[in-house]
Ligand binder design. Structure first.
Ligand code: GUN
Length: 290
């Protein structure tokens, strides 16, 4: 059994991106510039945006965080997005989710120029991805693909069971793994799936992305399966300084011994997602995707 080391793979890719940025700047270009919009003071969102800022500085990007109060209007936010769409000094930007309830995530998403959509969430990028055209891929699915590639995990002809049908993880990763080059046979399970455990047991590759802590137990996993855990649920803990710890969607201790490969939480898929965002921003600066 191999524990997939997302931190190590992310560090390797980060170095490659930093070298690329150095070349780009030496050719006389300004550094790639990523902007993050953060609305309100959701604790997890603040942490994620902080990680993104740090990653930008590590690879030599410029980064800007636009922080707004939770009570801004949707119209105001749409105005800020229009400014970023038109700003030639901004290569890519993201609007950190979730947004306050009174702001429509869909209307905000649709307002983002797809050429700057480094989250890969807009309808144009989603459509292009599904068609197998060059697109900004969403961070978590892309991070999973990078891990499979790095560990040379065979995917062709394998049965991949994805648990969860979200727009940003479940459905895109299911689509990507079914495409030519990855060649998986894919099943998507969700809350209405009948006898989910029996379906998951047929998976050579299981991707747990439903957002329920320790949902996947050993009895659901076939011997020798590859298990990718996308869950990050914060639970209170008296053993950490912050007062909380992260749990995956997989009961790691009992599932790991049955696996050929498994990702831990933290340190598996998580560190890879920021790398994907950096990759997209670099591509946006190079104007090479769309
Ligand atoms: N909230 C949780 N994950 C993400 C992400 O990948 N992008 C954005 N913008 N918000 C998120």
């Amino acid at each position: 059994m191999t524990i997939i080391d997302g931190k190590e793979v992310a560090a390797k890719l980060r170095k490659e991106i930093a070298a690329d940025v150095k070349d780009w700047k030496e050719q006389g270009n300004r550094p790639p510039h990523l902007v993050a919009i953060l609305v309100g003071n959701d604790g997890a969102s603040q942490t994620y945006v902080g990680h993104k800022e740090r990653a930008c500085s590590e690879v030599g990007f410029r980064s800007t965080v636009l922080r707004f109060e939770a009570d801004i209007t949707e119209e105001f936010l749409l105005g800020e997005i229009a400014k970023l769409n038109a700003d030639p000094e901004v290569d890519g930007f993201i609007v950190q989710l979730p947004l306050p309830k009174h702001i429509s995530e869909q209307r905000i998403n649709e307002a983002i120029d797809f050429r700057k959509d480094v989250d890969g969430f807009t309808p144009v990028n989603t459509g292009r991805m599904m068609l197998g055209l060059p697109a900004y891929l969403p961070a978590t699915p892309d991070g999973i693909l990078e891990l499979l590639k790095h560990y040379k995990i065979e995917t062709a002809g394998k049965h991949c069971v994805v648990i969860g049908r979200s727009n940003i993880v479940g459905r895109p990763i299911a689509n990507l793994l079914s495409q030519k080059g990855w060649d998986c046979t894919v099943t998507i399970c969700h809350s209405r799936t009948k006898d989910l455990a029996s379906v998951v047991r047929t998976g050579d590759i299981v991707i747990a992305a439903l957002g329920k802590a320790e949902f996947v137990t050993a009895d659901m996993i076939k011997e020798g399966a590859v298990v990718i855990d996308v869950g990050i649920t914060r639970v209170p803990s008296d053993k950490t300084k912050s007062g909380w710890k992260l749990l995956g969607d997989v009961k790691f201790d009992e599932v790991a011994p049955k696996c050929s490969y498994i990702t831990p939480v933290p340190g598996g898929v998580g560190p890879m997602t920021i790398i994907s965002l950096m990759k997209n921003t670099l591509k946006a600066a190079h104007k090479e995707v769309l």
